[in-house]
Design a protein around this ligand. Structure first.
Ligand SMILES: Cc1cc2nc3c(=O)[nH]c(=O)nc-3n(C[C@H](O)[C@H](O)[C@H](O)COP(=O)(O)O)c2cc1C
Length: 210
């Protein structure tokens, strides 16, 4: 049975709108595949460090030549990558912070994107190594950035995520937006309801049934 990785990145914990809507998809996947393994990785400033020099230097050193700090940093980075590699489907919940992703999600991506492992440089250029996975991304925003919004050009969240996932070889990506969360209770409720409707129409991952 398949494996699903559920990654959240809001500071709001279980009150997070992106997390609530993403959890709807996890429930859809579980209902369709009762034996699915679900791994959760909730990113906060306490649970994900920046990628540091201990990790970078450690990647390039033989295991028995690493310092204790390098060994720990490489073990953490390896664990992050192993979770991603093992997942058939990845569900990402991402609030918009200052027009992009939270720095915790950026730090997670800095751990996931590793040359020689999740992407390789070939004669034909870089080649993503995370092929065949499905990714569902729920993005939540205080304002509106879709349709004919004048703020569309300030959305550095969705295009960035699409680009980095594509670079890693992940092209089966569905986005659901929770918009208008900062505009007042009525608009926020409407935005949340629209996102819940949208996520309910996504088909359960075929990858999980394999
Ligand atoms: C630090 C911070 C930065 C934010 N920056 C933006 C922003 O640039 N644009 C926007 O529309 N909303 C912004 N917001 C509002 C959030 O995107 C919005 O409240 C969203 O629903 C949060 O998602 P969550 O409920 O999953 O935490 C920001 C919120 C915080 C806390």
């Amino acid at each position: 049975m398949g494996s699903l990785l559920f990654v959240t990145s809001s500071l709001m914990g279980e009150k997070s709108r992106s997390r609530q809507v993403a959890a709807d998809y996890v429930a859809i996947a579980r209902a369709a595949n009762p034996g699915v393994t679900v791994v959760e990785r909730h990113l906060t400033p306490d649970t994900i460090p920046h990628l540091g020099m201990d990790a970078l230097a450690g990647f390039g050193a033989a295991p028995d030549a690493r310092s204790p700090a390098q060994t720990a940093a490489v073990a953490f980075a390896d664990a992050i990558i192993e979770e991603v590699e093992a997942a058939d489907t990845i569900v990402l919940a991402a609030p918009m912070y200052n027009f992009s992703v939270p720095s915790t999600l950026k730090a997670w991506l800095d751990h996931v994107a590793r040359a020689g492992r999740t992407f390789k440089y070939t004669a034909n250029g870089p080649e993503g190594q995370l092929k065949g996975k499905r990714v569902i991304v729920v993005v939540s925003r205080g304002g509106f950035y879709t349709g004919d919004s004048p703020f569309k050009g300030m959305d550095f969240q969705e295009p960035y995520l699409r680009a980095v996932l594509g670079f890693l070889g992940i092209t089966d990506v569905s986005f659901v937006q929770v918009e208008g969360q900062g505009i007042g209770p009525d608009v926020a409720a409407k935005g949340l309801a629209a996102a819940r409707t949208a996520i309910a129409t996504l088909a359960p991952s075929a990858q999980l049934a394999a």
